[in-house]
Design a protein around this ligand. Structure first.
Ligand SMILES: Cc1cc2nc3c(=O)[nH]c(=O)nc-3n(C[C@H](O)[C@H](O)[C@H](O)COP(=O)(O)OP(=O)(O)OC[C@H]3O[C@@H](n4cnc5c(N)ncnc54)[C@H](O)[C@@H]3O)c2cc1C
Length: 567
């Protein structure tokens, strides 16, 4: 790990920008080949030994507006009462995987097959990607050592990859009510053993990015033994401003950066430059470099070098809103947050034995569900999901709120629209590469999306109206029942679910009308420049996105290795 650019080697074969899931996994896999030299550049620091990062249950304290966050906000969201929303992105080793909420979901088979369809390349489809999902994964058994026979399907998991994935290691008092609901209402809320088999629908145990009770971020790919490789350097505190063309024109292997906010320097990769700065960082770097919509760039005063109008466009993100219920129990996280002695004890338990409630993320169960097939919403608007086995919405079942409240105990059910039709953009309005981009996910801009969220809220009420919850729910705190009240509740409270993708999307070879990279992840019209991160996903899976980014990076590493006839 290098802190100063003065310690850099004279040259590297590959320079990778950004140490999130895309960049960390790729740096590891490329440096497996001792004949390749690799430099990974990261804007932030090492994030070492931070309790808030490492303790899974503290994930909600990591953003927004912290030292671990780029602290972006959206532009005013027209369809959300013009609210400006936080739009967290992680900075430092691990990128956003160091600050996310750890849920491990791959989406449906149909979601990933859609990538093959959109790229016209079967290697991006489910059958070919499943081995990459598994290759990245190190499934581990929960710390409380309970029997998990009916909680995951081992056939669909990897056990010797890097990223820790596990099922909950501590029980919660609502667990049995959730499972009971699936037994009482099996046709509406079927239990599913494993949501990561390609068949995602149902209610089941959460799988989370946790290794023996500790957060597993993409830093798992940069373990001490990997960092000890002589052919891998990681330069921290270094923000990339632009990629620069060679004098001959369309070869972009030179990176321009500032180390510790010092004056700009450049370094040229002898083979390739790879952007892994994420769905916001990557298009920002490209736009500032003159790669994007030539007309818009010219009007800003940035000389256009490569006309790729899709750069920064198609930003697709999930939107969600929570419904909260006052409950007749003290066995929720609210009680812990109100009791300093108890919280200190539980943190001490985590520190000393890696057991107790802190070993898990915010929920033990989640659900992926669809609108009924005869729904008028689907008839009116068409089906925005990737297919008939792909969820429209998801629920996370949280046993309490994650922030302190002076009284009461709660059940909180964030509901997300996971197959949104809306999309927006990331653009720039300054020639200063260090200025914040304009992030406009344009949430709810497509009318079908609010119908899905409204249906999700009503469905969550049906869930807790099951006899499994009798005597438990005291009050629904969402004071909205008519369509207009529900819509107003959504517009006033919904937020991004933090899963932006597709801002530098893949499109088929030879297609110039849309897309930024080809199915080999090479920037169209450029030489020596690839992108490996969430921005290249051609569409948004009905899933929390990091699992897909690890799989993209694993596949990308094989593509790059084979381009140099090596493994
Ligand atoms: C609050 C929150 C909760 C989430 N919850 C989940 C979840 O539960 N499960 C899940 O799977 N996903 C979740 N996600 C999403 C997930 O973390 C991302 O999809 C994933 O991390 C994207 O990986 P990436 O490599 O594309 O980008 P990132 O992880 O964002 O990594 C990009 C890296 O590039 C660096 N970088 C950017 N610009 C520059 C530059 N100019 N110079 C140098 N370095 C730069 C950044 O600092 C960062 O380290 C969540 C996200 C957020 C914000």
């Amino acid at each position: 790990i290098l802190h100063s650019s003065a310690d850099l080697a004279d040259s590297y074969d590959f320079i990778i920008v950004g140490a999130g899931p895309g960049g960390s996994a790729l740096s590891n896999r490329l440096s497996e080949n001792p004949s390749f030299s690799v430099l990974l550049i990261e804007a932030g620091g090492a994030n070492n030994d931070s309790l808030t990062i490492n303790v899974p249950l503290l994930c909600t304290k990591l953003t927004p507006n912290t030292q671990w966050d780029w602290n972006y906000t959206t532009t005013p969201q027209t369809h959300l009462n013009n609210r400006v929303l936080p739009f967290p992105r992680g900075i430092g080793l691990g990128g956003t995987s160091a600050v996310n909420c750890l849920v491990y979901t791959r989406g449906s088979k149909q979601n990933i097959d859609k990538w093959a369809e959109l790229t016209n390349d079967s290697t991006w489809g489910w059958d070919s990607m499943l081995p990459y999902f598994k290759k990245s994964e190190k499934f581990n058994f929960p710390v409380d050592k309970h029997n998990i026979t009916n909680q995951f399907n081992p056939l669909f998991h990897g056990f010797d990859g890097y990223i820790g994935v596990s099922v909950p290691g501590a029980s919660r008092s609502i667990d049995s009510r959730i499972i009971n609901t699936t037994q009482l209402l099996p046709s509406q809320f079927p239990f599913t053993v494993d949501m990561n088999t390609g068949d995602q629908l149902g209610v089941g145990w959460v799988q989370a990015l946790i290794d023996q009770g500790v957060r597993s971020s993409s830093v798992a790919y940069l373990s001490p033994s990997v960092l000890a490789r002589p052919n891998l350097d990681v330069l921290l505190h270094t923000q990339v401003s632009r990629v620069l063309p060679s004098s001959s024109g369309n070869t972009f292997t030179t990176v321009e950066f500032s180390n510790h906010n010092n004056s700009l320097q450049t370094l040229t990769a002898s083979k390739e430059l790879i952007l892994s700065a994420g769905s916001i960082g990557t298009p920002s770097i490209l736009l500032h470099s003159g790669i994007g919509n030539a007309t818009t760039l010219s009007s800003l005063g940035i000389p256009p070098l490569l006309n790729l109008p899709s750069v920064g466009q198609n930003l697709t993100d999930h939107i969600g809103v929570s419904t909260t219920y006052l409950v007749n129990s003290t066995l929720t996280y609210d009680t812990v947050l109100r009791n300093t002695t108890l919280s200190t004890h539980l943190l001490h338990q985590w520190l000393t034995t890696k057991t107790g409630i802190n070993v898990d993320t915010s929920e033990n169960h989640l659900a992926f569900l669809r609108l009924p097939s005869n729904s008028t919403v689907l008839r009116t608007f068409g089906d925005p999901a990737a297919g008939n086995e792909t969820a429209h919405f998801e629920f996370l079942f949280q046993n309490g709120l994650s922030q302190f409240t002076p009284s009461g105990n709660y059940l909180n059910i964030p509901a997300g629209n996971v197959s949104p039709k809306s999309s927006g953009s990331v653009t720039i309005n300054s020639t200063n590469p260090f200025s914040s981009p304009l992030i406009n996910p344009n949430l709810l801009s497509s009318p079908v999306d609010i119908h899905i969220l409204r249906h999700a809220i009503l469905t969550s009420r049906e869930f807790i109206n099951s006899p499994a919850w009798s005597q438990y729910i005291l009050q629904d705190l969402t004071n909205a029942s008519s369509v207009s009240e529900l819509d107003e509740f959504i517009r006033a409270n919904a937020v991004s679910f933090f899963h932006p993708v597709s801002t530098a999307s893949m499109s088929p070879y030879g297609v110039t009308e849309w897309g930024v990279v080809d199915p080999d992840l090479r920037v169209k019209g450029a030489k020596g420049l690839r992108i490996v991160d969430a921005s290249v996903a051609p569409s948004l899976p009905a899933a929390h996105t990091s699992a897909a980014v690890y799989a993209i990076a694993e596949h990308g590493a094989d593509i790059i290795k084979s381009a140099y006839h090596t493994k």
